[in-house]
Design a protein around this ligand. Structure first.
Ligand code: PHE
Ligand code: ZN
Length: 897
């Protein structure tokens, strides 16, 4: 990779190994904000303490897009020689004793459309400081290993009712000039990325709760007045999260007050600022009219995620941004465990696990196999904003999960508490976490640490041999890891592989390894730490079938050859509900591959839709559908047809039109052949009465929608009527949106009618209009008119589409680009044309969002040659622009070279 220069003209690649501790600490910072839309003044007084072991007396502060009105050092106006501006830094010389430094900056929140730093959402002020936004507000050592105590004074116009910052409210009132003020004090030292300020016309829902330690805490959720009444669910979720962290880890809320604010203008999902979490409205607002079952579940998880950061992120933070997974992987894992515990039943927990693993496979695997591949602890970056990835988050969470798999829940808890004890109030590293885990469990994890430094999804190939006479099963595992040019060859990882063995009666066999006196359970976790390793199981009396990677015990690809019969058997019998789904998933993918082969043998006009879906597959499908011992949610999860991106990810060459043709045909055949059973389930899965977003009802709705989907593809007139009625009579958004999705995907004649109705009903609600926009990314082009790209483009001019709002961009453009269908991957390249224009125009005002759009084409090498060539050209075209942001430049150059 070649180094390039950023706006400020400095070398822009940051390397993990170059880490150097700061030479100065900031003991405290007092900030005063004078909020004016085009010209906000910020004054900071900080007490800077040089460290004894410092290398230099230079005190280094960062800046980005701020101007300085004055600088005082030790209470006196600074003199020219005392400081210097070097690229993106301000260096103040000769700070060799504790010194008060005062700086005033001027910023323009009104024109800040990057939504990093202090910006405006309508007429309200919001901050976003992770990762490097604070330097867009104030010159500061804006790095996570500088922890200071904050005191914040806010001056704002009179009508600004809510003036919020981190910590405790000390004072509030009216200034002499009639404006309002508030003073906040955060008792906990924190890095600048956790600073937050909110000012505007917000109202709060409040609740006071008693914590496990006996203290009281005030919980508040602030929204704009139009969103009042949509925060009940979030409040309940917050309380559940607080209770869960008390019970599971004995971790208490450490503040008198905990606040959440909702805003429509936000780049990400939510942010864990100390005591003042700021949320994208889509991750917090919910009621039966504006949120689906999935949204409810997501909101519960995100609220919990941000709350859990209070300990894993805020109390113990990251030394530098290479350690991002230290807080994110860990907090995603905590969030997943919380969600599972809230679901309770084994079957519901399995559904959650299946969904999380699908997400990993659809989003993280391609990242790990492509040009942006990086270890969960990256080694270098040009723009840290580009490293908030599924690798750092979701693969990071899988790595944390493996500690729990290795040490059990108790051992994990011990390790986590040890980590928090050791590093409370400080900035830690991934190695610190690992060390706390290994020491509190008395194990050596030096090999396990490779998970932090090796990128790529490991492949584990599995072979086994049953010796009928000896009654033994010999299992051999072989691992291979992706190697990267110019890097040391990958080493074998420590991979926990949980397995079970089924006998021919479908029951689990007690597992006894050679050399052991007694069997020890029916699921065991093998420590696989060599390139190749063999285990021998004894007393295997009937022909065994292996259930490998139960519960998905490691983020790897298990290569194992099963016959279709074996998969069907596992899908009916595996006691591990995750692996049972896994078996059916493998069976479905095999069936799809076979179908594609058959289709490819046909010419363009030779009865391409006369290929049968295998009878055996349909039998298994129907059996599962009818299996009343399985929860509706679980059946829905297994039987819903795989996403086109998920299918594509399993293929060597990606051919979007082919995947579409096959998906549509197979769905149609399932809908035709299993019509009676599907119709029966639609009827049985009714959820009469008031809408409740609980997992049981949600599961019934999900199964009903899955069945209706297949019937719709088969053009079943009764189903089409039911779908129309579902939309019209629904008392909840889940049913309505499902009706819309199915009609659009199956190109039903009622699709346009429903879209029009929704447009009128939903027009006053931005969250709903975003969903409406997303529905269009599922439109199909018919043979005559290939107009979806044009439609999407036209919608960028729709009254509900706000061109500068990230949620709108994600809902319409990103959703369309990511849909993976032939409407985007058009043979004439028009889809890529829209992509080019969107990336370039978004980059003009919001590089972070532009970079996310840009990533859509990074795996261009995997597509069929005619598409791949055009994707390459589109990437080249974007790269030829001189004015690209460093964010987009990094993505495009990685993709190209
Ligand atoms: N730290 C946030 C989270 O995962 C995500 C985030 C990153 C938000 C950067 C904004 C900016 O909870
Ligand atoms: Zn997080």
């Amino acid at each position: 990779m070649t180094a390039n220069t950023n706006k400020a003209g400095t070398e822009s690649i940051v390397h993990c190994e170059d880490y150097a501790a700061p030479d100065h600490n900031v003991e405290s910072i007092h900030l005063t904000f004078d909020l004016v839309p085009n010209q906000t003044t910020v004054t900071a007084r900080m007490i800077v303490i040089p460290k004894d072991d410092r290398k230099s007396d230079d005190f280094v502060l960062y800046r980005d897009d701020v101007s300085m009105t004055y600088l005082k050092i030790g209470g006196k106006d600074s003199l020219p020689g005392q400081y210097a501006f070097v690229a993106d830094k301000l260096i103040i010389h000769d700070i060799s004793e504790p010194t008060e430094i005062e700086i005033q900056t001027r910023i323009n929140p009104r024109t800040n459309l990057q939504l990093s730093g202090l910006y405006m959402s309508r007429n309200n002020y919001i901050t976003q400081c992770e990762a490097e936004g604070f330097r867009r507000i104030m010159y500061f050592p804006d790095r996570p290993d500088v922890l200071a105590k904050y005191r914040v004074v806010i001056h704002a116009p009179k009508d600004y009712k809510a003036l919020l910052s981190n910590g405790n409210l000390m004072e509030q009132g009216e200034l002499l000039d009639g404006r309002n003020y508030a003073i906040w004090d955060d008792p906990f030292p924190k890095p600048s990325y956790l600073f937050a300020l909110v000012a505007g016309n917000f109202v709060a829902q409040e609740e006071t709760i008693k914590l496990a330690n006996g203290k009281e805490a005030l919980l508040q959720i602030w929204t704009e007045p139009s969103n009042q009444g949509k925060t009940d669910f979030a409040m309940q979720s917050l309380i559940k999260a607080i209770r869960w962290d008390e019970e599971r880890f004995g971790l208490n809320l450490d503040l008198d007050r905990f606040m959440i604010v909702a805003t429509d203008d936000f780049n990400m999902g939510a942010m864990e600022n100390k005591g003042l979490n700021i949320f994208n409205s889509k991750c917090v607002l919910a009621d039966s009219r504006i949120a689906t079952d999935e949204d409810f579940a997501r909101i519960e998880s995100v609220i919990a995620h941000e709350y859990f950061h209070n300990w894993t992120g805020d109390r113990v933070t990251c030394r530098d941004w290479f350690q991002l997974s230290l807080k994110e992987g860990l907090t995603v894992f905590r969030e997943q465990e919380f969600a599972a515990d809230m679901l309770g039943t084994p079957s519901a927990r399995a559904v959650k696990r299946i969904q999380d693993v699908r997400y990993l496979r659809t989003n993280q695997f391609p990242e790990d196999a492509g040009p942006m591949a990086h270890p969960i602890r990256p080694e270098s970056y040009r723009q840290i904003d580009n490293f908030y990835t599924t690798t750092v988050y979701e693969k990071g969470a899988e790595v944390v999960r493996m500690y729990q798999t290795l040490f059990g829940k108790e051992g994990f808890r011990r390790g986590l508490l040890e980590y928090i004890n050791r590093f409370d109030g400080t900035a830690a590293t991934c190695s610190d976490f690992l060390t706390a885990m290994e020491e509190s469990n008395g194990e050596d994890l030096s090999q396990f640490e490779l998970w932090y430094s090796q990128a790529g999804t490991p492949r584990v190939s599995v072979s086994s041999k049953w010796d009928e006479n000896e009654k033994t099963l010999t299992l051999t595992l072989h691992q291979s890891n992706r190697s990267f040019p110019g890097r040391a060859a990958p080493k074998p990882l420590l991979i926990p592989v949980s397995i079970g063995i089924l006998g021919d009666d479908g029951k689990d066999i007690e597992l006894q390894l050679q050399g052991e006196d007694n069997p020890d359970g029916t699921t065991r976790t093998l420590l696989f730490d060599q390139q190749e390793q063999t285990w021998v199981f004894e007393n295997i009396n009937s022909r065994p079938i292996l259930s490998i990677g139960r519960g998905y015990s490691a983020p790897v690809i298990f290569d194992i050859e099963y016959t279709k019969d074996q998969l069907a058997f596992l899908a009916r019998n595996d006691s591990d509900l995750f692996n049972r789904a896994e078996a059916f998933d493998r069976l479905t993918l095999l069936m799809i591959d076979q179908y594609i082969l058959d289709l490819q043998k046909k010419g363009p006009n030779q009865g391409r839709d006369h290929i049968p879906v295998s009878e055996a597959y349909l039998f298994t499908f129907e059996d599962i559908l009818n299996d009343e011992s399985l929860s509706p949610a679980y059946r829905a999860e297994l039987l819903k047809f795989p996403d086109e991106n998920y299918i594509a990810e399993h293929r060597i060459l990606i051919e979007p039109a082919l995947v579409r043709e096959v998906s549509d045909q197979i769905r149609k055949k399932i809908g035709t052949r299993l019509r009676a059973t599907l119709e029966d389930k639609v009827q049985k899965m009714a959820t009469p009465g008031a809408y409740r977003p609980n997992p049981i009802d949600a599961g019934k709705r999900a199964l009903k929608h899955v069945c209706l989907g297949y019937l719709a593809f088969a053009d079943n007139p009764k189903a089409i009527q039911q779908i129309r009625a579902l939309y019209k009579t629904a008392n909840n958004l889940t049913d309505q949106l499902a009706a819309l999705k199915i009609s659009v995907e199956a190109s039903l004649p009622i699709a346009q009618e429903l879209l029009n109705m929704a447009e009128i009903e939903w027009q006053r609600e931005p969250l709903l209009m975003n969903k409406w926009l997303t529905l269009h990314s599922r439109l199909r082009h018919s043979r005559e008119q290939r107009t979806v790209v044009e439609k999407i483009h036209a919608l960028t001019l729709h009254g509900s589409y706000q061109p500068k709002n990230p949620n709108c961009i994600y809902s319409l453009l990103y959703a369309f680009f990511r849909s993976g269908g032939p409407e985007f991957h058009r043979p004439d390249g028009m889809g890529y044309q829209l992509w080019v224009n969107s990336v370039l125009s978004t980059d003009q005002f919001n590089p972070q969002v532009a970079a996310r759009l840009a990533r859509v084409l990074e795996n261009w090498r995997r597509y069929e040659p005619s598409l791949s060539r055009m994707m390459y050209k589109a990437l080249r075209f974007v790269n030829s622009h001189r004015e690209l942001s460093p964010d987009v430049r990094e993505i495009i150059e990685n993709a190209l070279y």
